[in-house]
Design a protein around this ligand. Structure first.
Ligand code: SF4
Ligand code: SF4
Length: 131
């Protein structure tokens, strides 16, 4: 999956500096032409196995700008091929790294209801099993 950067981004560069997998690019190289920073969904791993929380969202000074998106899995391939939202550019063996070619890790403790563009990242997700 991925997180996504919304149009309230103030282009401060903080998120780009902390991403452990270099998934973020700046406004000048945003591949969909928007004047904000951009997360390559085919690279983002939601910081799984590296940090407990998405580091980009933790450092972003614009609350709510970085939000959860859907899992980067085959089931959501059409979403990730929507050119108004994403532009997948990374390749492997000459093929674009769409979910069909390579699914990505995602935070399985984030309930599906909290995913989708605009669903604010929670640094400490509520335990849905807790009483
Ligand atoms: S969630 Fe982690 S891997 Fe994904 S863009 Fe943010 S810092 Fe990078
Ligand atoms: S940290 Fe937030 S405001 Fe700053 S560039 Fe990244 S998304 Fe934009």
């Amino acid at each position: 999956m991925s997180v996504i950067i919304g149009d309230t981004c103030i282009n401060c560069d903080a998120c780009l500096q902390v991403c452990p997998v270099d998934a973020i690019v700046d406004d000048a190289t945003n591949p969909i032409g928007e004047s904000r920073y951009y997360v390559h969904p085919e690279k983002c791993v939601e910081c799984v196995g590296i940090y407990d929380d998405p580091q980009c969202a933790a450092i972003c000074p614009s609350l709510g700008t970085i939000t959860w998106d859907l899992p980067y899995t085959v089931a959501y391939e059409p979403h990730y091929l929507n050119s108004e939202i994403y532009n997948i550019s990374s390749t492997k063996g000459g093929k674009l790294k769409t979910p069909t070619l390579r699914e990505k890790k995602y935070r399985k403790d984030i309930p599906f209801e909290l995913r989708g563009i605009g669903k604010e990242v929670q640094e400490e997700p509520e335990n849905v099993d807790a009483e």
